[in-house]
Design a protein around this ligand. Sequence first.
Ligand code: DON
Length: 577
Amino acid sequence: MKLVDRTKITAAVVALASLSALSASFLEISPAFAKEPPPQPVVLNASAVAVADKYAADAAEHIFREGGNAVDAAVAIAFALAVTYPEAGNIGGGGFMTLYVHGKPYFLDYRERAPLAATRTMYLDDKGNVIAGKSLYGLDAVGVPGTVEGMWEAQHRFGKLKWKQVLAPAIAYARDGFVVDEQLARRREDASKEFGGRTNFDNYFSSMKDGVTFKQPALAAVLTRISVDGAKDFYQGKTADLIVAAMQAGHGPITKRDLLEYKAVWRQPIEAKWNGYQVITAPPPSSGGIGLVQLLKMKAILAPQFKDVPHNSAQYVHLIAEISKRVFADRAQYLGDPDFYKVPVAQLIDDAYLAKRAAEVDPEKPSDTKSVQPGLGTSLPEKAETTHFSVVDKWGNAVSNTYTINGYFGSGVVVPDAGIVLNDEMDDFAAKPGVPNMFGVVGSDANAIAPRKRPLSSMTPTILTRDGKVALVIGTPGGSRIFTSIFQVITNIYDFKMPLKEAVAAMRFHHQLLPPNTIFWEPYKPIEGDLAKQIEAKGYVLKGQDFSGDIQAIRIDGDTPEAVADPRGRGVTRVVQ
Ligand code: DON
């Protein structure tokens, strides 16, 4: 259904709903208004959420108490985080939602798209060199945002509550303000230094201080219009006009037509059997689902080599790095937007192919980086702010959602009179083959820039089911570290039998083929002392990185959900009876 039609329906729903009980029953029986799925029996003793901040958790709890399901709660969280977690929560960015609703898997791609004016060489100078910062800061860095359309699609297809109800918490946070957390205040200061006056970031955010209430009346007005007019306001109404005016004033590339033509896409999720579980995860334009499945399967194939290898020992780090090398070689070569480039998904996660790749792993020492080529015989990048939330409801539905504006506070541009922080997702394209992006990953033709194309992502919202029931909902921010982090937590839970909390808190590390034989460690649990010496003795270089991920996970044991928010962030959980 076209955006315009659905918007008319919403306006009608809102008007009708306010009329009488008669109109309410009309909504329920009219096929035109029917929502999927039909009523479900209660199967869990609680609903649960793990999310990056307490305000969004409160919003979710409120939605559950109003009778909402996991999708209603997820949409309410997404809008709330756009207000209270502005470094990554957004309506000016995009993302991916993996769902399990009524026993069936779904995947919604609401990733940003390149504007129509985008060109393959838009970030290169006349000598063909990448212009530093052009894909990261200011209007040129912005992809056409997909979040509002994505939330609209998901809620209209699967939500139980009215659209207005799921927007209400976010509107209240924007209008009445929220108390700024110390971590947010610090990130704002860092971002202000990074943007260095190149954008209007400070005009909007300079009054955001630790412990002080921050109000956003312009954003409240935008969210209120979206709650009344639906996604249409963002893509063709007053909010669209404000975005286009900001673009015109600063000679940015996004036009009215770009917004009008934006579409979210329902795609087939990646599915794979692993260890008695069904892994349901993100397909292209994410690289993460394929990467996660490749990691899980290769580790399982190499079980004999992993036997008796202690968790997070030097040998463990080596074997995982060897597997990761192969995964990142494939990522750089084969992955991009499937609407523009034929991604060989089935081949990349095929058991026989992965057995062949796993057999190349050297159990003793790091394989020479140059010798690790893309495995299908025919060689990518990102930036660091994003947020993930995991939701389950008592009917057994689950939502795993990762969305982003890419770097902290995106491009640093805030749409005047709207309070919308715009993304810098264009940096996720390969501006030039072989030149690393902000995450140090490189890319090829598969991820070259083209109008309407979606940049390759690593976001990996994932759900594991067993016997048709949700067992785990998991995801994290972290750019190219996303799927290596999720992989480590999943193996901590199922291979090492750790309790969820311990599995999430355990030390994580990362290798991505380039730079050669480099193991990144995280500040939360640094690799140091003997372990560092042992890893270096194997031929690796150790490097600190300033970001450790922020896993939000829910595990279901029998009929009881357990939620864990990563101790690395300011996330919280709620279990709502
Ligand atoms: O889509 C991607 O893969 C990146 N834009 C995600 C950025 C990210 O995770 C930042 N998090 N720390």
